[in-house]
Design a protein around this ligand. Structure first.
Ligand code: 4NP
Length: 165
């Protein structure tokens, strides 16, 4: 199972989700079954390291961010079993770029996998880039809950209801 986390810039939310999910997967002993990556829909930060504010917030929770910004490309739609969008803009852009309906169905909002989010109807991870430090902490809280739910959904077989097309 290959997971791709996607936001706008690939320097704040999606590298955070990638690193958090990697930790969740490794803690569960599932590292041999699940691989993770991240990308952005925009190209402004291609080649850049994660935002220092995201790095610092994650480090305070013992999570290390790595990688360099890259843009989503066509190959991602065939290599990823699930593409996890952070907000509805990301979701719409990704679904618009998907080569067919089966690939579009593999694009989901990350927070759909957090049962508490589904209960409240709040399914986005807000962009923290223009805001203060609280936004980066909030991203970690939301992403952590969603990644735990995502692992449970993978384990119980409900994460990928559609067949690979
Ligand atoms: P991200 O945050 O999508 O969570 O990586 C952003 C980073 C950069 C920009 C926007 C959002 N930007 O406009 O440069």
């Amino acid at each position: 199972m290959h997971l791709l986390f996607v936001c706008l810039g690939n320097i704040c939310r999606s590298p955070t989700a990638e690193a958090v999910m990697r930790g969740v997967v490794e803690d569960a002993g599932m590292g041999h079954r699940i691989t993770v990556d991240s990308a952005g829909t925009g190209d402004w930060h291609v080649g850049s390291p994660p935002d220092p504010r995201s790095v610092a917030a994650a480090a305070r929770r013992g999570v290390a961010l790595d990688g360099r910004g890259r843009r989503v490309d066509d190959a991602d739609f065939s290599s990823a079993d699930l593409i996890l969008a952070m907000d509805r803009h990301n979701l719409e852009e990704l679904r618009g770029r998907a080569p067919d309906d089966a690939a579009a169905a593999r694009v989901r909002l990350l927070r759909e996998f957090d049962p508490e989010s589904v209960g409240t109807g709040s399914l986005e991870v807000p962009d923290p880039y223009q805001g203060g430090p609280d936004g980066f902490e909030h991203v970690l809280d939301l992403v952590d809950a969603a990644c735990r739910g995502l692992l449970r959904a993978i384990e119980d077989g409900s994460a990928t209801p559609t067949a690979r097309g």
